[in-house]
Unconditional design. Structure first.
Length: 94
């Protein structure tokens, strides 16, 4: 994964910087939806694996954080679908 320049102007040199910047907030976000520490850790790891594997799909005209949080939301929704947990509609209502 190459360097990124975030919409706020911060440049990073690869995946380690992305992980350092977002992992704590990402875990809290995931935990707030699944309410299980081990599952939240697993899903957070899965999210960052996807970010690493699919970094080339990030389009620089959009904020990096938008792409990242979309991956997170979709990963949690996929987990709910796979585990047959009901009532996912309440997760993302505003």
């Amino acid at each position: 994964m190459g360097s990124y320049v975030f919409s706020d102007g911060l440049a990073t040199d690869g995946f380690d910087a992305i992980y350092a910047r977002y992992s704590g907030a990402m875990f809290k976000y995931v935990f707030s939806m699944v309410r299980d520490d081990a599952i939240a850790q697993d899903l957070t790891q899965e999210i960052f694996i996807k970010v690493h594997r699919h970094g080339e799909s990030y389009r620089e005209e959009y904020a990096f954080s938008t792409w990242l949080w979309t991956i997170a939301k979709n990963t949690v929704l996929d987990w709910y679908r796979k585990t047959d947990n009901s009532n996912t509609s309440e997760l993302f209502t505003e």
